[in-house]
Design a protein around this ligand. Structure first.
Ligand SMILES: [Zn+2]
Length: 113
């Protein structure tokens, strides 16, 4: 693994809050991969396979190849400051509690964004 030097980090900002990430300070690399899932189940279309295939091919011809690729696979590399890293992890661990809880937590700590 290549060690990142201070020069590599020069001018980098936190993806979420935009705060400067000075070389030598703590920052977090976040890698997100989003890809289409397949559960192995193929449903028989009501209108028939041939008709659905024709519609699908027409749809593909009219679509932008880059957009189609993004629907199947997309990757993000983000740099985050510690505060935004903590918030992201908290939201990932407690998604069902929604943004209200996060907002309340921010108010409790008297942090302004
Ligand atoms: Zn941040």
């Amino acid at each position: 693994m290549k060690r990142q030097t201070g020069e590599d980090r020069k001018g980098q900002k936190c993806f979420r809050c935009g705060r400067e990430l000075p070389p030598g300070n703590l920052a977090y690399v976040t890698q997100i991969r989003i890809f289409a899932g397949f559960d192995g189940l193929l449903l028989e279309p009501e209108e028939g396979v041939d008709r659905q295939l024709t519609q699908l091919l027409k749809q593909v011809e009219q679509s932008n190849p880059e957009d189609l690729e993004k629907e199947v696979y997309q990757e993000f590399h983000l740099m985050l400051c510690k505060s935004c890293r903590d918030r992201l992890v908290d939201e990932l661990e407690h998604p069902w509690e929604g943004p209200f809880r996060i907002r309340q937590k921010v108010l409790d700590k008297k942090i302004t964004f």
